[in-house]
Design a protein around this ligand. Structure first.
Ligand code: PXG
Length: 285
């Protein structure tokens, strides 16, 4: 059976799920999105994702023509319609179609699109043995230009860095902020371990407030691991004992090399393993 895609209350087979070429989401990247996961039929941290979507939309003056509860229900219905239990969900809201020109007032009828499918960002081998990453020359968007807290349909900033990573033979790339501090990776937040404590950049380092990041912070604190959300530089990563990334698609994935430096002893560390295990238990509970 083909995947059925939700667009503004109707379902369309994957091949027929289309929007106008005049949609400002396509013309200008004008819109917002969420990438979420369901486990055993339940969307992980559904409310948090929905809240972040509405906050992204509010900050770009885009009014989502649907109540939060109804949208949540539509996500669950779309999963059911596709008989998916362990799935990836791409929820997006475009500004809608209209005349050419940047002015959002030229558009009407935002498109609400729900795609439920599968995603596999990294092969299992990388979860077992860890990822190698490099620092991209492309810095993360300056928060005064476009806040990295907005999950907008314009991901070119991250895509430019991702290309740099791929060209260097790495599946992910680290991005710094305009101050030269560590921000995040192209589609994942970053954590390091030093002296048995966990460090991750604060939100005002210019990052997306990852929902997986927040879940891992809670799990660490519950396990009695100290968590510090403070700015740090690449130096701190190079001398760290462990490093890992978090994201809805990636979940928790170890990093064993950054900019050709082995992290710790170059093997997946014990705290990374502990939090990986705790995260998998959490999403399946
Ligand atoms: N930083 C950025 C820039 C992201 O795009 C994260 C951090 C992690 O946030 P969450 O809330 O997911 O823990 C993201 C999320 C994809 C894909 O299709 C990307 C993300 C999530 C899901 C799918 O590559 N990035």
């Amino acid at each position: 059976m083909s995947i059925e895609v939700f667009i503004n209350g109707q379902y369309y087979p994957k091949a027929e799920a289309k929007v106008s070429v005049y949609d400002h989401g396509l013309l200008y990247g004008d819109g917002v999105f969420e990438g979420m996961r369901s486990y055993s039929g339940k969307v992980f941290r559904h409310d948090e994702h929905i809240d972040r979507l509405y906050d992204s939309a509010r900050s770009i003056l885009l009014e989502i023509p649907m109540e939060k509860e109804a949208l949540k229900q539509a996500v669950n219905d779309t999963l059911k319609k596709n008989n998916l239990v362990d799935a990836y969900i791409r929820l997006l809201v475009t500004r809608g179609a209209g005349e050419l020109g940047l002015d959002p007032a030229k558009t009407e009828d935002p498109r609400i699109i729900i795609i439920t499918d599968h995603i596999k960002l990294y092969p299992q081998e990388l979860y077992d043995n860890g990822l190698k990453i490099i620092t991209a020359a492309t810095i993360r968007n300056h928060p005064a230009a476009l806040s990295p807290r907005i999950k907008s349909l314009n991901y070119l900033n991250n895509i430019m860095a991702k290309i740099e990573g791929i060209q260097a033979g790495c599946a992910e790339a680290l991005m710094l902020n305009h101050k030269g501090e560590v921000a995040e990776c192209t589609g994942d937040n970053i954590f390091i371990v030093r002296g048995g404590a966990l460090y991750t950049p604060p939100i005002d380092a210019g990052i997306l407030e990852g929902i997986t990041r927040n879940a891992v912070i809670e799990l660490a604190e519950k396990a009695g691991i100290q968590v510090h959300q403070i700015p740090f530089t690449r130096y701190d990563i190079y001398v760290a004992e462990e490093c890992f990334l978090t994201g809805s698609a990636a979940e928790v994935i170890p990093v064993i090399e950054v900019d050709t430096r082995s992290i710790g002893d170059g093997k997946v560390g014990p705290i990374t393993k502990q939090l990986y295990k705790a995260f998998h238990e959490l999403v399946r509970s």
